[in-house]
Design a protein around this ligand. Structure first.
Ligand code: IPM
Ligand code: MG
Length: 356
């Protein structure tokens, strides 16, 4: 029987609770689909700072590299706010992305039929469906660029730099064009080419690359316009490709349009099959340990893992179908509406398992 080794980075806040439910669902799926999974746990973020002094111990990198795939809960919390910038839980997250070379971040923003009313946008703007795939560059740009603090005429100053080279842009561009080919063949590249040199290079590179994909209709938007278009007419988008910082911001905006940040999964991929999968929401320290966190985004991240890293598309379908089905009846408090049954984190995991 096929066995997959998965490293679990449960992280902080609600991370452990939601990862536990996702593991339960993965085990159930494995049993039904005829494969097995073995797990190794490793520390990332605040829990790693508490245990070892640093947010990303070398042991964590080694364990991730030795596994078939990585499942992450969430990192961070007010407890570690006083850490210096390079030792914060978030630095651990950027560090593991860099160490594993996870340059491509896929963030699907979809509206679940059952949760349509949860979107803050009017139903005529949403239409029948919203299904956008944001492809965010994840290991370059300003989050990884040169930064520093200095003094300027006796005044404190600080800087960060946005830099991309053609290879980095082509690499993420290919992921996005390939994705567009599998979907509706429509790609929007987002930049700020009216101001930034790095964006002008980004745009020119995407145009050059588009010659290899004659079937894909490529258009370009400035990031400020894109932010506006996302709430004005989200239906116009299929695949969006953009830089690390713009993708960070636009994916939060897109997630809110879906009405339920607790529902959205993500995949971070490198040039091998090893990927890291995580919900796009944070560690929600305010509700940690209360048993009310929504585990569905993490459960859907497992579905992405089965699809993109483990080549088990049917098992991925089984999880996605079970989640769609479960929403008809069961809701965690964040997505609860009258007429449905309010359940805890654990009960939600059980309900999904029962449908697989
Ligand atoms: C995300 C998060 C991270 C990021 C933070 C926690 C460093 O906002 O995954 O979108 O900015 O990439
Ligand atoms: Mg973010």
């Amino acid at each position: 029987m096929k066995n997959y080794s998965i490293t679990l980075l449960k992280g902080d806040g609600i991370g452990p609770e939601i990862v536990n439910e996702a593991v339960k669902v993965l085990d159930r799926t494995a049993e039904k689909s005829g494969f097995t999974v073995t797990y190794t746990e490793a520390l990332l973020g605040g829990c790693a700072i508490d245990a070892t002094g640093v947010p990303l111990p070398q042991e964590t990198i080694d364990k991730c590299k030795a596994s078939d795939s990585v499942l992450l809960g969430a990192v961070g919390g007010p407890k570690w706010d006083d850490q210096p910038g390079n030792n914060r839980p978030e630095a651990g997250l950027l560090g593991i992305r860099g160490a594993l070379g996870l340059f491509a971040n896929l963030r699907p923003a979809v509206i679940f039929e059952q949760l349509k009313n949860a979107s803050p946008l009017k139903s005529e703007i949403i239409g029948d469906a919203m299904d956008i795939m944001i492809v965010r560059e994840l290991t370059g740009g300003i989050y990884f660029g040169k930064r520093g603090q200095f003094e300027e005429d006796g005044v404190k100053a600080a800087y960060d730099t946005e830099k991309y080279n053609v290879k980095e842009i082509e690499r993420i561009g290919r992921v996005a064009f390939d994705m567009a080919m599998k979907r509706n063949k429509k790609l929007t590249s987002v930049d700020k080419a009216n101001v930034l040199d790095s964006s002008r290079l980004w745009r020119a590179t995407m145009i050059e690359l588009s010659k290899e994909y004659p079937e894909v209709e490529l258009n370009h938007l400035y990031v400020d316009n894109c932010a506006m278009q996302l709430v004005r007419n989200p239906k116009q988008f299929d695949v969006i490709v953009t830089s690390n910082i713009f993708g960070d911001i636009l994916s939060d905006e897109a997630s809110m349009i879906s009405g339920s940040i607790g529902m959205l999964a993500s995949a971070s991929l490198n040039s091998t099959k090893l990927g890291m999968y995580e919900p796009i929401h944070g560690s929600a320290p305010d509700i940690a340990g209360k048993g009310i966190a929504n585990p569905l985004a993490t459960i859907l991240s497992v579905a992405m893992m089965l699809r993109y890293s483990l080549d088990e598309p049917q098992a991925a379908d089984a999880i996605e179908n079970a989640v769609a089905e479960v929403l008809k009846t069961y809701r965690t408090p964040d997505i609860y509406t009258e007429g449905t049954t309010k359940v805890s984190t654990v009960e939600m995991g059980d309900a999904v398992c029962a449908l697989i």
